[in-house]
Design a protein around this ligand. Structure first.
Ligand code: AMP
Length: 220
């Protein structure tokens, strides 16, 4: 079972991805994470990728495809792949289809997590991140025990520099302009299940499981 998971920032995509890979023994192709780890390499590719990421730009298709190729070769025997962050825009989706076909692979379902704009903004503005271990809190819905201090490691909780109202609005606009056309492309192919992300984590996950069942991708 190969799944493509899409959703705007703060839609809970990372949380649902984690639950899916654990429950269904899937490889997790998380493009953003793969790219971030490459930036730590002291290599020409590492510097090149870092430049794109620092400037908030999409890495070229050429690099991304090479990463996917390497990733697919590196995974052992698993029950499928969870694509997260790739394909990301329409051109990548079209290109990727041929690429996968050549490898005898296909995406079985596109899970599209949805969240109203106001909720995205409120989640981001209430979000605090531990500068030491990266744990994420929400000062309203998931506050730390002691204000400003991480429950797990005692690190300081900060607002990330890219989590301002302006930058968040820009990211939402980008999602609408670039990602929605890709989702629509998959919709026309009947591959999309739209999942309301404005609910508790477990409720969303149960909903996702029922969509997988409905499509015969897992047993009831
Ligand atoms: P993310 O963690 O998904 O927000 O991704 C972090 C950064 O990685 C993005 O801002 C892009 O610069 C880059 N990136 C992630 N996915 C892709 C992709 N499919 N194609 C090109 N660049 C990507």
């Amino acid at each position: 079972m190969n799944i493509l998971l899409v959703g705007p920032i703060a839609s809970g995509k990372g949380t649902q991805a984690q639950k899916l890979i654990e429950k269904y023994n899937l490889a997790h192709l998380e493009m953003g994470g793969l790219l971030r780890s490459i930036t730590k390499e002291e290599s020409p590719l590492g510097y090149k990728v870092k430049d794109f990421l620092d400037n908030g730009k999409l890495v070229t298709d050429e690099i991304v495809v090479e990463i996917v190729e390497n990733y697919l070769q590196s995974i052992g025997k698993l029950d499928g792949i969870l694509f997260d962050g790739f394909p990301r825009i329409l051109s990548q989706a079209k290109f990727f289809e041929d690429f996968l076909r050549r490898k005898d692979l296909k995406i079985d379902i596109v899970l599209s997590l949805t969240l109203p704009k106001e909720e995205i903004l409120s989640r981001i503005l209430n979000r605090r991140t531990c500068e030491k271990c990266g744990k994420i809190y929400n000062v309203v819905t998931k506050p730390p025990k002691v204000e400003g201090v991480c429950d797990d490691c005692g690190g300081k909780l900060v607002t990330r520099s890219d989590e301002t109202p302006e930058k968040t609005a820009t990211r939402i606009a980008w999602f609408e302009k670039e990602v929605i056309p890709m989702i629509n492309y998959y919709k026309e192919k009947g591959m999309v299940e739209e999942v309301d992300g404005n609910r508790p984590v477990e409720v969303i996950f149960e909903d996702i499981v029922s969509r997988l069942q409905k499509r015969g991708l897992i047993n009831a």
